[in-house]
Design a protein around this ligand. Sequence first.
Ligand code: KDG
Ligand code: MG
Length: 412
Amino acid sequence: MIIDKAEVIVTSPDRNFVTLKLTTDDGLSGLGDATLNGRELAVVAYLREHVVPLLIGRDASSIEDTWQFLYRSAYWRRGPVTMAAIAAVDVALWDIKAKAAGMPLYQLLGGASRTGLLAYGHASGKTNDEIFDSIRSHQEQGYKAIRVQSAVPGLNSIYGIASNATFEANKGVRYDHEPAQRGALPNEEDWDTRAYLRHIPTVFEAVRIEFGAELPLLHDAHHRLTPIQAARLGKSLEPYDLFWIEDLTPAENQEALRLVRQHTTSPLAIGEIFNTVWDYQLIIREQLIDYERSAVTHTGGITHLKKVLEFAAQYQIKSGMHGPTDISPVGMAAAMHLGLAIHNFGIQEYMMHGAKTDSVFEQSFTWNDGMLYAGDKPGIGVELDLDEAGRYPYVQAYLPYNRLADGTVHDW
Ligand code: KDG
Ligand code: MG
């Protein structure tokens, strides 16, 4: 099984995706997701210029060796661009290996530890009534766990609030919340932490009154708070029994979570912008989080993330893999196979892709009654239609950013 072709495919059906396709001399092919939202072309160049030339002629079955070779030989380790590129190679090689074995990937990872994966969706709104409608609509789609994001009175626009709702056959109402907006410049949004801290507990109180105690609810603070502000939010949300609060403080400083943890029993999740085990070492060892948010796509693939999650398992920390629309169906399928196999699966984020994306990526995973099922097709179970992909050329897109009232740039 020698790699004799490596293609980097950029397509933009509902949004930008970068996919690596590896083909072997015996005709097998595998796919890996390399999408890095808003910085897609940096990974394209890393792969095309620096990785593809190293892959041609290599043994496709040597996954661990290829991972170590790409990680160590570059000298410049870690970082989102490097780790997304390595992840794409890694997942494509696992896809090929599982196809060669005639097995779905989760079987090679140790077999299924559960029947399906509990997933959560994203409800949001500018008012509580809009949020209630959005939660109901997610429940109609089957979601059994729901993230709730709210506008804040006095702020014009805030990240995470779906701008509109569209109807798509087979999917029903789909809230169009694309993390990155297409255009030449990023959208500027505004932010006021005191207003946010006052408002959010009132939203969760209203949601609990409307929907009762059972529904698992999640919330994402998008790295916007200082440790003491984060501690206050965690404490003020305790009466509403959240499944988790995510990204309370900027992700660079693991120690910030020590202070947060001293003040609140609200479960904590972090890690969607982490890319190696080194980003987690202190917070795993000190049990400062309850859920680890890394995606296969941004954390060096199955090979590395499996090790990180097994390390976390020793400290009773569970997975909560990142799954917004900027993780392609290839990245989602890889996450599902890993989530099915590991013991410490917690929950999977799942935002449905649009119809155009589904036409480019033929998927065999399924969604039923709030659960995701990886399926039993050999490999990861996703194929890419090159002709369809070619219909949607890359479009510049950026994540938004925040400014405070006095013009200071703030974390979003
Ligand atoms: O690319 C960044 C987005 O995917 C991210 O902001 C979404 O925070 C997010 C989440 O939890 O899905
Ligand atoms: Mg998040």
